[in-house]
Design a protein around this ligand. Structure first.
Ligand code: ADP
Length: 611
């Protein structure tokens, strides 16, 4: 019986079976490129078999040389396939080494096809016949080795280094299964490379008289590689079950936390979502697969904002996070908070993954606390104006008195026989201007007494400071306090609510006035200053020449109900701080080195007014 035919046929059959199996796996899942690489390697090994048999059964040196030449073609694909497999499956192996091996093998293949008789020999003159496994087979006899042979040796050594390096890296990574893979694949490949390298070198240089044998030993690494991949295939159902279980656990945890999860496949325009996500958007399972249906649910007033944020996240590959309203089919509306991140999965599909959460209760609570804040601010303003009442009454009594005196004078003049019309005209003008002054005071009071929500508009701080100073000045004058405005002119406008900002300023100025009352008459001074603080904020400071804030009170002055004044409420600074924070600014206090305290707050510059 011919062992040669049996052994080589078995090798070819095993390789073909392996190639078919791996090929089918790849055909079913085109993303499993490792299976494709292995199928190519197996097919190439099967193709080496007839060329090796051809050499053994050659009757002339020329025929032998011809088979060697054809043998190079499947060898090329077997090596390139193995390099690809190592890169894909082991995930290690240096890129540059891989490409160098491919380049060198390509040069060898091209030269092999271009020269006679083949790459390895310049000439082959005779064949020897030896007994091998009970059969007489042909081996190379007298031949001249090609001076290019060193390139094939170099390619073999490079391949050896590549495999060694890839295995060591994988071993060091020490993840689950890494060490086993490094051992089985690394060792089997190394064994094969060393054996076939030594064997072919000895054979080509005529040092041993044996047939060319590459396919047979290749079965060892091929088996190891197939074993590793089959392990993965066999583990797949178990993994799928574990994945399903962890998905259910994740979904349970997510829905317990009130989170709906969704993944939008941008390439195929389909959405996967959890039940919670669908319920939040009022979509059925079928409808939820269509991304368009999600957009249709967004409240028309928020739709453009949502689209824009998502488009940006997709085109720039980033994240978005926003709050918007959803209109349910039963006409109810609720608020959701949504976060999404664009990216891709391991197969390169573009995805947007995200979570969605119902925040309607928080939004309601926010509205309620906003309402409370408004009430508090309003109460604060009323009480503040109460403090100013006597000074304002005085302020009003002046123009009203002037009007009365002018009207009396006019009556007297009208009682005379020939009233002086010029004089009467002047009197009416006086009445008019006194009336304007009274109206201004009333107008300012009315604006401050209104109960209104925060309405952020561009505000010119310079005029605001002067208006507030006008309102507080009568009180300051009555208490012999000098009020000084020190606002840098040409400041950009801030983004704020006029009335609320006035309230903060009045509060700080009145506190300053109260503070300086304990000092002697000559040094009673409150300065209101405003200046730019960087490009994006304006800083306003109210400085007084009072005794300053005692060290033990510094941390407490902003606490609600903290007061050191006999009739004080202790709400002024607390309310002022919430107002400033609602503007996106900061309010704080510090004692001055030269005595007295300074209260500072910042407000953001209006985006359109930035210069
Ligand atoms: P109220 O004026 O009703 O006391 P505020 O919240 O406006 O309430 O002020 C709280 C406390 O902070 C004051 O009672 C006072 O002790 C302290 N305070 C406020 N402004 C100054 C200031 N300019 N100098 C020193 N202490 C101040």
């Amino acid at each position: 019986m011919s062992y040669v035919t049996v052994l080589w046929s078995m090798t070819a059959a095993a390789a073909v079976v392996a190639a078919m199996l791996q090929g089918v796996v790849w055909a079913l899942d085109r993303e499993s490129r490792a299976n494709l690489a292995l199928a190519i390697v197996a097919l190439s090994v099967a193709a080496i078999v007839p060329t090796e048999l051809g050499m053994m059964y050659s009757s002339t040196a020329q025929e032998w040389g011809e088979w060697v030449r054809w043998c190079h073609v499947p060898i090329y694909f077997a090596i390139v396939g193995t390099v690809a497999f190592v890169r894909i499956y082991m995930g290690t192996g240096r890129h540059w080494l891989a490409w160098t091996i491919v380049a060198v093998r390509t040069v060898i293949l091209v030269r092999n096809l271009a020269v006679e008789p083949n790459f390895n020999f310049d000439s082959i003159s005779t064949l020897d016949h030896i007994r091998f496994l009970g059969e007489e087979v042909a081996v190379v006899g007298n031949a001249v080795v090609s001076p290019w042979q060193w390139l094939a040796t170099a390619a073999g050594i490079l391949f050896l280094v590549f495999v060694l390096d890839a295995s060591i890296t994988l071993w060091r990574r020490n993840g689950p299964d890494d060490r086993r893979k490094a051992l089985t694949m690394g060792l089997s490949l190394l064994l094969f490379v060393v054996a076939s390298l030594v064997h072919t070198q000895l054979l080509i240089w005529g040092l041993v008289h044996v047939p060319v044998m590459i396919a047979l030993p290749f079965i060892i690494p091929l088996g190891a590689m197939s074993f590793e991949l089959s392990r993965d295939i066999l583990r797949a159902p178990k993994l799928a079950r574990a994945l399903g279980e962890s998905e259910r656990r994740l979904e349970l945890a997510a829905s317990a936390a009130g989170l709906g999860l969704w993944v939008w496949d941008l390439d195929h325009s389909r959405v996967w979502s959890t039940e919670r996500a669908r319920a939040l958007s009022g979509l059925s399972k079928d409808a939820a697969a269509d991304p368009q249906r999600w957009f249709e649910r967004v409240h028309p007033e928020d739709a453009e904002r949502v689209r824009h944020a998502i488009d940006q996240a997709i085109s720039l590959g980033g994240e978005y996070s926003m709050e918007y309203r959803i209109c349910l089919p039963d006409k109810r509306t609720h608020w959701v908070s949504a976060q999404g991140r664009s990216g891709s999965d391991s197969g390169g599909r573009r995805l947007m993954r995200g979570v969605i959460r119902d925040i309607t209760p928080q939004m309601q609570a926010r509205d309620e606390s906003e309402e409370l804040r408004r009430e508090l601010a309003h109460a604060g303003r009323v009480s503040m104006l109460g403090q100013l009442a006597s000074a304002l009454a005085h302020e009003l009594s002046q123009p009203l008195g002037a009007i009365l005196r002018n009207v009396e004078a006019a009556e007297m003049m009208l009682g005379s026989e020939s009233p002086d019309l010029e004089e009467l005209r002047a009197i009416v003008a006086d009445v008019h201007s006194a009336d304007r002054r009274a109206c201004d005071v009333i107008e300012r009071l009315r604006a401050l007494l209104g109960r209104r929500r925060l309405d952020l508009q561009p505000v010119a701080l310079e005029s605001l400071v002067h208006e507030v100073a006008a309102l507080v000045r009568p009180d300051a004058i009555a208490k012999r306090v000098t009020l000084q405005c020190d606002v840098v002119s040409g400041l950009p406008r801030v983004r704020g609510d006029r009335v609320h900002l006035s309230q903060v300023l009045i509060n700080l100025i009145l506190n300053g006035v109260d503070a300086v009352l304990s000092t002697n008459l000559a040094s009673r001074k409150v300065i209101i200053a405003a200046r730019a603080n960087g490009r994006h904020t304006i800083e306003v400071a109210v400085t007084d020449s009072g005794p300053g804030i005692p060290a033990e009170h510094v941390d407490r002055v902003f606490d609600p109900f903290f007061t050191t004044k006999p009739g004080g409420m202790g709400m002024g600074l607390a309310v002022s701080r919430t107002i400033i924070e609602a503007h996106g600014g900061r309010l704080w206090a510090e004692n001055n080195a030269e005595g007295g305290a300074t209260f500072r707050f910042t407000v953001p510059v209006d985006g359109d007014s930035r210069r």
